[in-house]
Design a binder for this molecule. Structure first.
Ligand code: HGY
Ligand code: MN
Ligand code: MN
Length: 440
């Protein structure tokens, strides 16, 4: 790789630490939710870094931050090389999940810009607004809207973590940036991410390409019994919704363990109403998800979960209601891109490795539009979605260097095949981004 283009480890680390302070939590984690003031602050911070790297920043109709720069062959219709990840986090999440991919993508642009190099392809960088399912119960929401996988009607009425609908939240989301959209002609999508699991860390591998992203099936289950006096209601006359929910939590674990790896199952959130010590719980709402790299697992475990709920409802005299399941099949990533990432890893002086992803990513959505690839760096102890999430700073720099090398290799291959994104999502009652608003 041309020695002129070099990532700067010090800048990567200091920027990741600076970004982590936006929504930072006392335990050293971060809570940065879509369309919050912390999200707007993070967008403005990263947009400034984009400008320093020679990119033009804007925000699209879903609050995705986008930075673009022309290539020397843009006029000949060469499509964009798109790099990205997400700016939102889970509650008390880690400082690397999502942020690493966005900051490293900007670092790649800066290395090319500062090295006086010019790609043939235009370069676009995306900081997706809402990847975590926490905020609206839907994973990869912003990228799925971008590629047309979710319609406005389905989205703007979604009620979020803060009680606002998505449409309302976006309408009041202002960043001061110009409005714009991701160029529709794209050639490839690449995402650097921490593995969020133990494979690389246990094997002592420092960087890897990703072969497949897990499938996920997710829903909200509401169990309804009868709120009643905790002191006077005999045990034989109770319809205790939390007892039913507890039985289902254990059943969900059994369903996953009976299938065996890579199937996993989690009830990650549980809301008990009315939630008083002296009231028999009348109503419980649970967020349920199952994952596997085997698409058949997803459907069979979904059907068996519904059977379990039917049995629990009968046995405990409860009403169990299942919302529509959000099912996303496993996504194999592009073989050619995997090869290029492996060549980049070798070029960086490391043995190429390829691993599956147990976490979901925006790359599984962008892969519907264009060849997509991911680069993983280890999560220390395999810990993620936790304030204890950590990646060694040398591995952060290595991941960014592999991303840069992959971009240079792909650009050097000549014109990438053009894939066209669907029409940009119509404006979801968007707030005013700026008085200098232009639509590109
Ligand atoms: O849930 C996931 O797998 C990702 O971290 N959003
Ligand atoms: Mn995550
Ligand atoms: Mn992530």
């Amino acid at each position: 790789m041309d020695r002129a283009a070099m990532v700067r480890p010090d800048r990567l680390a200091s920027r990741l630490e600076e970004l982590s302070r936006i929504g930072g939590t006392p335990g050293g984690g971060v809570s940065r939710f879509p369309y919050s003031k912390e999200h707007a602050e993070a967008v403005r911070l990263v947009a400034g870094w984009m400008e320093e790297a020679g990119l033009k920043p804007c925000c699209d109709a879903l609050g995705n931050l986008i930075g673009t720069s022309e290539g020397s062959r843009s006029q000949e219709g060469w499509p964009s090389i798109v790099l990205g990840s997400h700016l939102d986090t889970v509650p008390e999440g880690g400082i690397f999940d999502g942020a690493l991919g966005v900051v490293a993508a900007v670092e790649v642009a800066a290395a090319i810009h500062e090295g006086g190099l010019r790609l043939g392809h235009p370069l676009s960088i995306v900081g997706f607004a809402a990847e975590e399912a926490y905020a609206y119960g839907v994973g990869a929401l912003a990228s799925r809207c971008l590629v047309g996988g979710l319609s406005r009607s389905r989205c703007s009425d979604l009620v979020g973590y803060d009680g606002r609908t998505l449409g309302t939240a976006i309408a009041s989301f202002t960043t001061g940036l110009l409005s714009g959209c991701l160029p529709r002609a794209i050639g490839v999508y690449l995402e650097l991410h921490a593995e969020q699991g133990p494979v690389l860390w246990k094997a002592g591998w420092r960087v890897a390409a990703v072969s497949v992203i897990t499938g996920i099936v997710r829903t909200t289950v509401t169990i309804t019994g009868e709120a009643n006096h905790a002191g006077t209601t005999p045990m034989s006359q109770r319809r205790d919704a939390l007892v039913g929910a507890a039985e289902f939590v254990l059943a969900a674990r059994s369903l996953a363990t009976q299938l065996g790896p890579p199937a996993v199952g989690t009830v990650g959130a549980l809301l008990v109403r009315p939630g008083a010590s002296n009231v028999v719980p009348g109503d419980v709402e649970m967020m349920v998800e199952f994952r596997s790299h085997d698409a058949a697992h997803l459907r069979s475990i979904r059907d068996r979960a519904e059977e379990c709920l039917g049995t629990i409802g009968q046995r405990e005299n409860l009403v169990c209601r299942v919302d529509s399941w959000d099912l996303r099949d496993p996504v194999p990533l592009d073989q050619n891109i995997q090869e290029v990432v492996s060549i980049a890893i070798r070029g960086a002086g490391h043995e190429p490795r390829v691993v599956p992803s147990g976490a979901g990513h925006d790359a599984m959505v962008m892969a519907q539009c264009a060849p997509a690839g991911m680069v993983f760096v280890p999560s220390i102890g395999g810990v993620s979605h936790s304030p204890r999430e950590r990646t060694d700073w040398d591995d952060v720099a290595l991941g960014a260097e592999v991303l840069l090398r992959t971009v240079m290799l792909l650009d050097g291959q000549g014109r990438l095949p053009v894939r066209t994104l669907p029409e940009p999502p119509e404006r979801l009652e968007i707030g005013t981004y700026s008085d200098r608003e232009v639509r590109r």
